[in-house]
Design a protein around this ligand. Structure first.
Ligand code: A3P
Length: 331
């Protein structure tokens, strides 16, 4: 891996990250490189702790993704499939009246990030009980942002936990990441310079980067354990949402009959609906510090065409081609 030009080594004795390569990411936060990937410090601390002591339980379902690949959508879909109506999740929903056909919908009352909390942001995983214990509405779901660094690799062999991974065209990922990250910058700062952001993304210098290594890690793991890891693509979900939802439900051991439930889940999880729900409109996600609304922007395939030059497109496509060469993976 190339070293970032502004990498420094931390030397503070009290820091748990002493000696790790460090870089400042888009003027926002410091990232530390650990076991080949870049981490925000609060996430790294939890990831290190999780690696040594987190154990997956049999009914755990992990949503896994690199940021901006559609993980919020996938969280909503997984939560809807596992806790779809009929009382198996409705009990968690406060409010709503009985005549309301969406009263049993957890998404109506919870941002997807609350339904599927991040293992690496949510420190409460440490105190979960023998079964579950995360202080969330639907506690046996969890987001993981990395695979090797928590010991799920090992747990996959001994537990029946499952992982659903989503990825997306890196060009759209980069543009989405740039917009998302800019929500943290003040009007005085303005957006982060686009060309610099692009260069750093191409070099893999971003939170949980590199993107390509992240994807490959889960792709290879899914080939080894197809019954434990389902590998999805954002573009497939956009093209054929019902088919992908049926596939996802079967993988999770909650197959859907052909009685309109799959269509209902697709509709409930649509970006148009989610972005307009009150629960997702205001406030800040307490774990990431980003506005709740910033997780729902356009939700399109190919938005990169509005931001990337042809030269940038060719460069990123070439990086993707080289990185994935021989892997049988195309995105
Ligand atoms: P855009 O910025 O291209 O619109 P993540 O959830 O992993 O952070 O990814 C965010 C991206 O997924 C954003 O892409 C966001 O708009 C899109 N997204 C969020 N919810 C979605 C949904 N229900 N359907 C489709 N796309 C969605």
């Amino acid at each position: 891996k190339p070293n970032p030009p502004n990498t420094t080594c931390t030397t503070t004795i009290s820091s748990p990250f002493t000696g790790l390569p460090k870089l400042n990411w888009w003027g926002l936060v410091d990232l530390y490189q650990w076991e080949g990937f870049w981490y925000h410090d609060i996430v790294l601390e939890a990831a290190m702790a999780a690696k040594s002591s987190f154990t997956a339980l049999h009914d755990d379902v992990f949503v896994a993704a690199s940021p901006k690949t559609g993980s919020t959508w996938l969280k909503a879909l997984v939560a809807s499939i596992i806790h779809r109506g009929g009382g198996d999740g409705g009990g968690d929903c406060e409010g709503g009246d009985e005549d309301d056909e969406d009263a049993d919908d957890p998404l109506r009352y919870h941002h997807p990030n609350d339904l599927v909390p991040s293992l690496e942001l949510q420190k409460k995983w440490k105190v979960r009980s023998a079964k579950h214990g995360l202080s969330t509405a639907l506690p046996n779901l969890c987001l993981i942002l990395s695979l090797t660094r928590i010991k799920i690799n090992q747990d996959l062999k001994t537990s029946s936990c499952k992982i659903v991974y989503i990825t997306r065209d890196p060009k759209d990922v980069f543009v989405s990441l740039w917009h998302f990250t800019n929500t943290q910058r003040s009007p005085e700062q303005g957006p982060f310079p686009f060309d610099d952001a692009f260069k750093s993304f191409c070099n893999g210098f971003h939170s949980f980067g590199s993107f390509h290594e992240h994807v490959l890690q889960f792709w290879n793991a899914s080939l080894k354990s197809p019954k434990k890891i389902l590998f999805l693509k954002y573009e497939d979900l956009k093209r054929e949402p019902k088919g992908e939802v049926l596939k996802l439900a079967s993988f999770l051991g909650r197959p859907l009959a052909n009685d309109g439930k799959a269509e209902k889940i697709v509709q409930r999880c649509s970006i148009e609906r989610l972005k307009n729900l009150e629960v997702n409109r205001d406030g800040v996600d307490p774990w990431s510090g980003f506005p709740k609304s910033s997780y729902f922007r356009l939700g399109l395939v190919g938005d990169w065409k509005n931001k990337l030059s042809m030269e940038m497109k060719d460069k990123l496509d070439e990086i993707t081609r080289v990185k994935f060469e021989g892997s049988d993976l195309s995105i």
